[in-house]
Design a protein around this ligand. Sequence first.
Ligand code: FEO
Length: 395
Amino acid sequence: MKPRKLKANIYWVGAVDWDRRLFDELIPLPDGTSYNAYLIKGSEKTALIDTVDPTMAGVLTNNLNQLDVKNIDYVIANHAEQDHSGTLPQILKLYPNAKVVATPKCKSLLMNLLLIPENKIMTVEDRETLSLGDETLEFIHAPWVHWPETMLTYLREDKILFTCDLFGSHFATSNLYVTDEATVYESAKRYYAEIMMPFRTVIQKNLEKIKDLQIHMIAPSHGPIYDKPEFILEAYRDWIYSPPENIVVLPYISMHGSTKKMVEYFVEALVERGITVKQFNLAKTDIGKLAMALVDSATIVVGSPTVLVGPHPNIVYGVYLANALRPKLKFASIIGSYGWGGRMVERITEMLSNLKVELLNPVVAKGFPKEEDFRKLDGLADEILDKHKEHNLTN
Ligand code: FEO
């Protein structure tokens, strides 16, 4: 993609990665992604905001060539992760006058991760400004979205907030701006769930910090630009502040059909009680879909058989992720089966230590579920409904 003009002197110069399907060898990218970098040509100085993933370094340098950029004074590193900083070494080689601008924490990360020489980096404090002549950059430290060094850059005159990962979406598109809000909402929610949700409380503080800024545009470093910023600000407020909903998320595995039978029966029982269920077979599911379901759900019920005295390994993976993502869940339970013994329930319970959930009585069947097991599942469904009602989640 060629450079795209946002304003008379501001350009998108990033790269769209249509084909990438996995991030961090972990996170599925069903819609690819982009690494957005922005060039601001001030009347006196030129700044590049973020770079691109090193696999696409040539796209960035080609874009700068197309704009006939002969000199860059500052490269703003909002975040040290390599998908934004990884092309810094090439940029510093091509533009030897350039200084990297970063938070003090980011400086040490860039030196360690990318071997950037210390004398090439200038640090900025929270709310410090940098003049480009007719344009002014204001740096807003926003730690833990999602690394400790992250910052936002606000272009005062044009009221554009460059947020790097915050508010981003892994969504490859030829459109510079959001055109289809429903599609971008889905990608941004997936991004929030996978990357930002563990830092929910700290993001609250960062939202507070920017609440008095006049923002005409939010320009993240993944996905399209928000020219109507309220769309994504409102979505973040909802994901962060709103109470969870009358939803049970049900990740499960079944090897020989016993747990599956319990899951099927239990899902019907919940639906009959007016509870929405999001069911995921962890042998087949896109783990990002599970993460998204966790954003709004009040209850998680894990369904597992017993393997070598513990839960199925795919359940260990799913529960580990759910625990690490720290969603707003209020209740948890476990259903499943065993052949001759084991500690499946205890192991899963131990893995939920990050979650501030009330554990509801598990239902575990010896072998294929029998009448008494189905009655216990009815009881668990009743208990979940009661708990959701107590917390006013059923309206
Ligand atoms: Fe897009 Fe945390 O990097």
